[in-house]
Design a protein around this ligand. Structure first.
Ligand SMILES: Cc1cc2nc3c(=O)[nH]c(=O)nc-3n(C[C@H](O)[C@H](O)[C@H](O)COP(=O)(O)OP(=O)(O)OC[C@H]3O[C@@H](n4cnc5c(N)ncnc54)[C@H](O)[C@@H]3O)c2cc1C
Length: 415
């Protein structure tokens, strides 16, 4: 669904920028599926979040990208005060107690944040870090870590990857050894989103010498304690996101900070990673729609050889093809959301969606950038940010190859 609208061109700091003269909120392309899939209440939540994003987040993202950091606690509080950090979490700990589908509606709208470093950092918090505490935590842990993470007072991080173990979580080396009623943690974690500013970590460590899938526990670890050192990692994209290496040297936490049964950590984390594989496609379908929309807008305005770039059939064919791919992915994701809401196993569809999403965002960013010409290579355009940042989608939260490995096991198992 492509629509036309007149654009004005202005020059800021010597660089051309484009904006709509009719209505800044006009989308030049938008999906028709959300209105069929979500109910009025869920669509209303999307509109409220969009308003918050348009007024309190998007006007500042360029500044945060340039500074290579964002005010995480401020952003989390905005989201928490509006209820968006605990949509499907228990009311007694500050959540809204709604179904996963309501949360999915919110996640999808998160994709309208113009800096993917911001949206992905929030999504890691809501979809990987918070859920295990809600599922397995004692009342004390829920009060201490879940409630402030839903209200936006605490920023969380998940500390799984290590220099010697990323995809292969079973081979992590970090240890948490019992001393009386406490655990003493030693080891290091790497590539940790929110790692510099997080108040606490959902950390996986070996708590015994047993078999690698049964000797690990998930532990809630406050990070402002003696023995924790954080080091910033420089990265090629997702500039506003904070990314760190964490060192733990004789860090003492109560053994009661273990989530659920000691030794269940590997299984608990794998279940969570599986859920997270729906998270990226959910918010990135919206981001991909916006990239198509921005590209339609730009190419309609840009004139070559006496007509707009958009008026070349090759451009419309390619954008139409990419829009078809996004809608196909969205239909797959929506089916998985329905199944998840009904408590069904979504391993197969979530892995397919994550794999397809990682590849599609790269294809869209690359094709759209091409239609911008030189402007596409300028740092400040949304399309160049997407080209740089969204490469990470095929790595973070389970690489393409790991998803293919999972799919291979599910799809082709012998009877
Ligand atoms: C932006 C970003 C944010 C991240 N945030 C976090 C975070 O918050 N917390 C956290 O704990 N981690 C985080 N990570 C780390 C991420 O989870 C790992 O990078 C990822 O799981 C891959 O692990 P690895 O880097 O050790 O690569 P490896 O596991 O060493 O893999 C290297 C390559 O080999 C491939 N490979 C591995 N095994 C196989 C196999 N059996 N068959 C075929 N190919 C294989 C992989 O797919 C990959 O291409 C983040 C990473 C990125 C890029």
């Amino acid at each position: 669904m492509f629509s036309r609208s007149v654009c004005v061109r202005r020059v800021v700091n010597g660089v051309r920028q484009f904006s709509s003269s009719k209505n800044l909120a006009t989308a030049y392309y938008s999906s028709v599926l959300p209105e069929r899939f979500y109910n009025e209440e869920q669509l209303q939540m999307q509109r409220s979040l969009k308003k918050l994003i348009d007024t309190q987040i998007n006007p500042f993202v360029d500044e945060w990208e340039a500074q290579e950091q964002m005010p995480s606690h401020h952003i989390w509080k905005l989201m928490g005060d509006a209820g968006f950090l605990g949509v499907h979490k228990p009311i007694e700990y500050g959540g809204m107690g709604l179904s996963y589908k309501y949360h999915a509606a919110v996640l999808e709208e998160l994709g309208s944040i113009k800096a993917y470093g911001v949206s992905s950092s929030i999504a890691v918090h809501t979809d990987v870090i918070v859920p295990p505490v809600a599922m397995y935590g004692s009342d004390r842990l829920k009060k201490e870590f879940l409630a402030p993470s839903i209200s936006g007072d605490y920023v969380g991080c998940v500390a799984s990857s290590e220099p010697g173990a990323g995809s292969d979580v079973a081979s992590i080396k970090t240890k948490a050894v019992r001393r009386g009623d406490d655990l003493i943690i030693n080891g290091q974690k790497i590539w940790i989103t929110n790692g510099l500013k997080a108040d606490w970590a959902l950390l996986i460590a070996n708590t015994s010498e047993g078999a690698p899938h049964k000797n690990k526990s998930l532990i809630c670890v406050p990070l402002n304690v003696p023995g924790v050192t954080r080091v910033k990692i420089e990265k090629i994209g997702l500039k506003s996101a904070d990314w760190a290496q964490l060192f733990f040297e004789d860090v003492r936490v109560p053994a009661a900070n273990i989530l659920g049964k000691e030794g269940d950590g590997f299984k608990q984390l794998m279940i969570q990673f599986q859920d997270e594989r729906l998270t990226f496609p959910l918010f990135l379908v919206k981001s991909m729609d916006d990239l198509i929309s921005e590209t339609v807008k730009f190419t309609q305005e840009r004139k070559t050889f006496g007509k707009s770039v958009f008026d070349n059939q090759v451009v419309q064919f390619r954008l139409g093809e990419l829009a078809t791919e996004i809608e196909s992915l969205r239909a797959l994701v929506y089916t998985a959301v329905e199944m998840h809401s009904e408590g069904k196993d979504v391993t197969r569809l979530a892995s397919m969606a994550k794999l397809k999403c990682g590849r599609l965002v790269r294809e869209i960013a690359d094709s759209c950038l091409q239609f911008y010409g030189g402007m596409g290579f300028a740092s400040e355009t949304q399309v160049s940010r997407a080209y740089r940042d969204l490469r990470a989608t095929s790595i973070a939260g389970g690489t393409d190859e790991i998803n293919l490995q999972i799919l291979g096991r599910i799809l082709f198992k012998k009877n």
